[in-house]
Design a protein around this ligand. Structure first.
Ligand code: CDT
Length: 317
């Protein structure tokens, strides 16, 4: 039985503050149509795909903050995407800002869903590694207030049986953390789907520009793929949003850690690759056969300790 998934990495160009959900959804449906013509079974969209990357602003009006969040998924604005994907029989990953309601209690997450070819939500992931800060930082050239607008995800890093394989999700900054991939790797993940919005400059180090930012992006994704013997599909919202530049370089990375397809522009663009899930097997059964080679007796610090604890320099040797 062939386990090839034809994946479309559906990069979105910029979404301005003035763009409503319909602008985003129309563009996503256009990419979906192209993916259908190219025979894709799975389409991956970016993080926070329905709006501009609002955490770059310190928004004070609670109503304006709430306007970026989705209380329901799907909802009327995104229903055309769900409907068309179901008609075409295409599964998809979608990132959005989630308003989770439990009675009067409301919680805010940076979320993604995996939607099956039948239009049903197979799985939900809430971003664990929130970058940035929680209050206005005057030292930065622009803000990155994810810690103000979202709480850390509470669902862990599950892996779902889907499309004859095991699929996992993460979001943007999660890709920089080896733990993200390893926790999914330990569940046998064969394809990690991830959307991102990565500023093209470092707000705390303006001389750090696209080239190094792009290198760190590729380094993190390629290492995560190889070290866990898994495909990784990383998809950007790219280009200039209200004067703020975001990286492009959406890519599909093989379990060998190789980039097999990538976008070339900073606009709406589809990069397609045939991803054979059986390509994971060699790595999972040899160099990264976890059961044979991992030495968990030496890994205790990874779950017991958050920050760095240096050896006490005054201790006797
Ligand atoms: N959206 C998001 O998570 N962006 C972060 C910026 C961090 S700057 C190193 C990212 O990892 O791309």
């Amino acid at each position: 039985m062939s386990r090839v998934i034809r994946v479309g990495a559906a990069q979105l160009g910029p979404l301005q503050k003035s763009d409503n959900r319909k602008v985003a959804v129309d563009r996503m449906v256009a990419l979906l149509e192209q993916a259908g013509r190219e025979g894709c079974n799975l389409v991956v969209y970016p993080e926070l795909a329905l709006t501009t990357f609002f955490p770059r602003w310190d928004i004070e009006d609670p109503a304006e903050v709430e306007s970026y969040f989705e209380p329901d998924m799907p909802n009327a604005a995104v229903q055309p995407l769900f409907d068309r994907a179901r008609e075409l029989g295409i599964a998809f990953y979608l990132g959005y800002a989630e308003l989770a309601k439990n009675g009067a209690d409301t919680r805010h997450f940076n979320t993604s869903v995996l939607v099956g070819p039948d239009g049903r939500i197979i799985g939900k992931y809430r971003k664990v590694h929130l970058p940035g800060h929680a209050t206005f930082d005057p030292q930065r050239t622009f803000q990155h207030l994810e810690k103000k607008y979202f709480e850390p995800g509470d669902l862990g890093f599950p892996v779902w049986p889907a499309m004859d394989g095991l699929l996992g999700m993460c979001i943007c900054n999660d890709r920089r953390w080896p733990e993200t991939y390893r926790v999914m790797g330990l569940q046998g993940v064969e394809m990690v789907l991830l959307g991102f919005n990565t500023p093209a400059t470092n707000s705390q180090r303006p001389e750090e520009q696209d080239e190094l930012r792009g290198f760190h992006h590729e380094l993190s994704v390629q290492a995560g793929a190889y070290q866990n013997g898994t495909w990784v599909v990383a998809v950007a919202k790219a280009g200039e949003e209200d004067g703020h530049k975001l990286l492009g370089d959406s890519m599909i990375v093989s379990p060998a850690g190789l980039i097999v397809a990538r976008t070339k522009t900073l606009g709406d663009e589809l990069a397609v690759a045939d991803c054979d899930l059986d390509d994971c097997v060699f790595y999972k059964e040899t160099v990264f056969d976890f059961a044979r080679h991992r030495r968990i007796e030496h890994y205790e610090r990874i779950t017991k300790q958050v920050g760095v604890v240096r050896p006490d320099s005054t201790a006797a040797v």
